[in-house]
Design a protein around this ligand. Sequence first.
Ligand code: KIV
Ligand code: ZN
Length: 511
Amino acid sequence: MTNKLIIFDTTLRDGEQSPGAAMTKEKKLRIARQLEKLGVDVIEAGFAAASPGDFEAVRAVAEMVKNSTVCSLARATENDVRRSGEAIQPAKSGRIHTFIATSPIHMQHKLRMTQDEVVERAVKAVKWALEYTDDVEFSAEDAVRSDIDFLVRVFDAVIQAGAKTLNVPDTVGYSIPFAWGERMQQLIARVPNSDKVIWSTHCHNDLGLAVANSLAAVLNGARQVECTINGLGERAGNASLEEVVMAVRTRRDVFNLDTRIDTTQIVTTSKLVSSITGYPVQPNKAIVGANAFSHESGIHQDGVLKHRETYEIMRAEDVGWNANKLTLGKLSGRNALRQRFTELNIEFASEEMFNAAFARFKELADRKHEIFDEDLQALVSDEAVALVSEHYALVSLRAHSETGILPVAKVVITIDSAEHQAEAQGGGPVDATFKAIEQIVNSGTELQLYSVNNITSGTDAQGEVTVRLAKAGRIVNGQGADTDIVVASAKAYLNALNKLHSKMDRAHPQV
Ligand code: KIV
Ligand code: ZN
């Protein structure tokens, strides 16, 4: 058994199944570029058959990435597998990940298929996939609630058909570490030729045990972990990549395994994923939370100053904290900005896009003394939004709040280039702003989430606002950043409305 642990990142697939986190091709490319730099072995770029947009996104990632395998998910149907095969075709190293449910509850109620039919379909899917690549992964969806004898039968059949990686998912986040480790151990012991394939684990976090379960599987022979940045994913999310990687690295005495991950890229990757998806990272989140390395109590501070290891098991700089470089300021020119964007792996599709980013940079530098890498990341996110021809766009905003007086906001927006304005009162300036926008657009949406995060520290930091809106079963996250959080809020609200307006119809793999 090898001492290499394969890190399979599914932020761009399972991660984007989080409500409102669906990503455009451009956003996926930015994250994929960073995942490659982070050193993940496999990037699951999406579910190619979900929609033409998803197909294009997987294909674009496959064209761009050179140092990681690029994978597409496919249900065990001929169309799904062939779409995946076509999407990964340009990849230097491409994988098809096909799956079918194996639990009685899924087979009976969702698939309406017998065990024999499921085995037959799984084998067919693997064979279709082999027409495109010899790197084929098979997952037994809901393996956690599947009968172990049936799992042995399915896995045996797909190994014979040619699958190289066998994934055992806890689709519903039901397992506990002891049982999950035992399941992995039994499968490896019972499935014929189990030593010829890589065993993989994919755990959801419904009971908060995704990382613990994944590690239990690793201790029992799994050599691939499927995980996501910040633990993003369907419902309560997936196992968090940064936690799995740092557990294996910090407790090398227990695992004796290596990954290819450049851990100093972890924080940058976490921040990028958070700002692109609109999912903030909780401050006390392990590894990437703002407080993960800060010592509050006097006794701890004293201990750390005397000897760091008294209270720290990892070094903040090893996961990329403190890499927060002061990059540029008001006097920085075009060349300096261009070079910093290149160092951050940010490319512009045209000179026009770069010029627009430069103009916004200058505007920001007038309001904010020090510009950090995170500011530049937010600036390009905003810029990409501004350059897409938007249905709704903010022209101007005036918000007034004063103690004892009801806040009022006046907004001017364009709808398809025609200007409209409205004024409204609200519980606070943000509430008044949203009400004024709604007076104009009358969107009929439900506001599900509003959150503000500071991008860097200090009172002149940009606030990054996320707004989640729902309408007729669709959920979108809108984002906006500005040093004025009321303006950032208006941008985020309009960004969400634009996403709802640009209908992105896509199938869900597990429905
Ligand atoms: O959770 C799950 O079972 C999945 C599969 C498609 C691997 O995401
Ligand atoms: Zn999943």
